[in-house]
Design a protein. Structure first.
Length: 346
């Protein structure tokens, strides 16, 4: 957790001595000496903020948030190897060959993979392009969905025919939305992220919501085992993200669990753990909601995501009611589909 905070990142690869672990998803991604070829490290997985949040939430994620306080210290002292794979993405660890085309890379990211390792000075026989579960190189870099979006943003003029189309027209928005209310306590909100395996959820106004329903996720269009309400068409007032926990010292997290998730997001705005660039991106002491309309061009969504460095843009109507969400996965998926369609038409 301290490593993520210090480096202002949301995920980090986990390395282990060679020959002692099985890599996530059966992967065999190793770092070897450039001169001798001897294996120095075996990357066994990727740990994200969502993995940490899921670990904090514990196994009984449908119960109240009070249980979090009881063994938080123990959970935060557990070895990092024990939390690999808590989130869906952590079940596998992928590499992308440097020769991989942008379209092939977009295919990987369009399926929900958020980041992949790219070998530097890899073995010459590994010339195949695409995503791989086995690789040996002297060092690696990490390519993320946000890197891809920044690349596409820098070529907006070339992609004008695609990016000028609306979110709705491209089918880039998802209307099934899980949400929490402004009454949801932080402890419950953490458990909600784990229950739905989401990196972030919108916070909606709790008007006409039952007394106990602030403890549950609100689902836009599907009644689930969480006794969900309808989150769609409610007033959007905030966002609770796993990365918000970077603004709070873990040692003081216990004292925060009883306040609402909305209040927590407002309190961590002033945290010194946030970087200066984060403060500049927000533009004010209160974090602005990053939203668009269904009629907004995709270029606007990309601009907002890149400028604010967010991984989702909420779709609202003219009254500010939540009607959908556009994720980086959605954006990459529809651009790739459009590029392939245009190529086939020609």
């Amino acid at each position: 957790m301290n490593t993520l905070v210090a480096n202002k990142i949301v995920a980090v690869p986990v390395a282990a001595p060679p020959g002692q672990w099985i890599g996530a998803g059966g992967s065999m991604i190793v770092e070897s000496d450039k001169q001798t070829g001897a294996v120095r490290k075996h990357y066994i997985g990727m740990v994200t903020m969502l993995d940490i949040v899921a670990h904090i939430a514990g196994d009984d994620h449908l119960s109240g948030g009070d249980s979090i306080t009881q063994d938080l210290d123990q959970r935060m002292s557990d070895p990092v190897s024990s939390i690999i794979g808590h989130s869906f993405e952590g079940l596998s660890l992928w590499t992308l060959n440097p020769n991989t085309s942008m379209l092939d890379c977009m295919e990987v990211f369009s399926k929900g993979v958020h980041r992949a390792m790219v070998p530097v000075d890899g073995q010459e026989e590994n010339v195949a392009s695409g995503a791989e579960l086995a690789e040996s190189a002297s060092s690696y870099k990490i390519l993320t969905q946000m890197d891809m979006l920044k690349f596409l943003h820098g070529r907006a003029a070339e992609l004008h025919s695609i990016l000028s189309r609306s979110v709705q027209d491209l089918g880039a928005d998802t209307v099934q939305i899980y949400a929490i209310t402004d009454r949801t306590k932080l402890g419950y909100a953490i458990k909600c992220l784990k229950a739905a395996m989401l990196n972030a959820v919108p916070i909606v106004r709790a008007s006409d919501v039952g007394q106990d329903d602030h403890k549950q996720l609100i689902n836009a269009s599907l009644i689930t085992s969480l006794r969900a309400l309808f989150g769609r068409c409610r007033k959007l007032i905030g966002t609770f993200s796993a990365t918000d926990l970077r603004g709070c010292h873990i040692t003081s997290l216990k004292s925060w669990l009883g306040i609402s998730a909305l209040a927590f997001t407002e309190e961590v705005e002033s945290s010194p753990l946030y970087s200066e660039s984060d403060m500049q991106n927000r533009g004010s002491s209160r974090r602005e909601l990053v939203t668009c309309y269904a009629e907004s061009p995709l270029s606007e969504v990309i601009e907002k995501a890149v400028t604010n460095h967010v991984h989702r843009v909420w779709v609202v109507d003219q009254e500010g009611l939540l009607v959908g969400v556009v994720s980086l996965t959605d954006v990459i998926r529809v651009i790739r589909h459009s590029l392939l369609s245009d190529s086939n038409d020609q």
